[in-house]
Design a binder for this molecule. Structure first.
Ligand code: PLP
Length: 369
């Protein structure tokens, strides 16, 4: 029998995938975190053009210069962050950026703080890097508990905190005041904040998005084209950080990936510099779906906070009810997949049509009536 490395034995395959594999045919899939929209045509055409022009070789390890410059401009104009193109590492999605950042910053035995419930990758990446995942419970309103975070920052073993707003799986968006408090107290203890901003464009109502990097230079900004431009399969993201961090992170990328896909980088260049109108169209539709879903769930007596961003609802549902809902033909993800404090909840992705949401609500009604 093959003996495997302890780092890989210590982690498990994501609970989200497991749920998907157990679904009955004809199920409505509210389990996966990916836009159901197609990548806009101008972006697809840019990829076709790159192929036709033979832009198919390796690129710089850190990504093509034009895309690094475009990302630096985007961060300046949209996020109020000052980065030079050389401070940008183009990665294979937000996942690649999290990998490069965590592997270059976290030393064996150091702690990585993140929210519980939280995105599935944070703890596993921390473990793979030799670090220790340190999930911190959210408050009952599913927002960050700044006082609890401070306590974890004060542990001298804590190296990194991952801040995710708008958040997966809760849909919570943190206020400017909370983000400022988190960044400043992390700075007090020498903790680096990785700000995972992949859902930045999807904030609803009068909810405002703020980049954590505006409050301190102890922040690494992580983002991706994946959700913003419906480009999950293209695998392009980035990290923006001080030159000294990028110089280390690029080594992780060089020896694991070489470079992100050349063609996808040219597509992402068009995404960040071309027509931006598709974002508004998607956001409007997500917001309508959110309202439909939350209204429907509340009408049948299910307790759920109004998500302020991303495309997830996180209603209170006991594990046996979740199983019954899945058996009734609606794939949703048990909250436990996102951490111990997710038990008693489920994540429902509303990156699916309003028609599908209506069918899903009808099926859920048969379970909870
Ligand atoms: N961060 C969060 C919070 C996510 O939800 C996801 C994907 O679901 C990612 C990062 C990874 O995104 P990407 O597909 O760009 O790797």
């Amino acid at each position: 029998m093959t003996e495997f490395a302890s780092r890989v034995k210590a982690i498990d395959i994501s609970g989200i995938r497991k749920m998907f594999e157990s679904a009955a045919p004809g199920s409505i899939n509210m389990g996966l975190g990916q836009p159901d929209f197609d990548t806009p045509d101008n972006i697809k055409n840019a990829a076709v053009k790159a192929i036709a022009e033979g832009k198919t070789g390796y690129t710089n390890n850190a990504g093509i210069d034009e895309l690094r410059a475009a990302v630096a401009r985007k961060l300046k104009t949209e996020n109020g962050l000052s980065y030079e193109p050389a401070d940008i590492l183009i990665t294979a999605g937000g996942s690649g950026a999290l990998h490069a950042a965590i592997f270059s910053l976290v030393e064996n035995g150091q702690k990585v703080v993140f929210n519980n419930p939280g995105f599935v990758s944070y703890g596993s990446l921390a473990t793979l890097a030799g670090g220790i995942p340190d999930p911190v419970a959210l408050k009952p309103d599913l927002h960050l508990d700044v006082e609890a975070l401070k306590e974890h920052f004060s542990d001298k073993n804590t190296k990194v905190m991952i801040l995710n707003s708008p958040a997966n799986p809760t849909g919570a968006v943190e206020t400017k005041e909370t983000i400022k408090a988190v960044v400043e107290s992390a700075a007090d203890y020498g903790v680096t904040v990785l700000s995972d901003e992949v859902y930045e464009k999807f904030c609803y109502g009068d909810t405002e998005f703020v980049s954590a990097g505006t409050f301190g230079d102890n922040v690494v900004t992580i983002n991706a084209a994946s959700k913003t431009y419906a480009m999950t399969g293209w695998r392009i993201g980035f990290m923006a950080a001080s030159r000294e961090i990028i110089d280390q992170a690029v080594k992780i990328q060089q020896y694991s990936l070489a470079c992100p896909t050349s063609i996808a980088q040219y597509a992402a260049l068009e995404a960040y510099t071309g027509d931006q109108s598709s974002i508004g169209v998607m956001k409007k539709e997500y917001e309508a779906r959110r309202n439909l879903l939350i209204g429907g769930l509340r009408e049948m007596g299910i307790s759920v906070d109004m998500p302020e961003g991303a495309f997830y609802a996180f209603p209170k549902l006991e594990p046996d009810t979740v199983m019954k809902i899945v058996a009734a033909g609606v794939i949703i993800t048990p909250g436990a997949a996102f951490g111990s404090k997710g038990v008693g909840y489920a994540r429902m992705s509303y990156a699916t049509s309003q028609e599908n949401i209506r069918i899903a609500l009808d099926r859920i009604r048969t379970v909870v009536k």
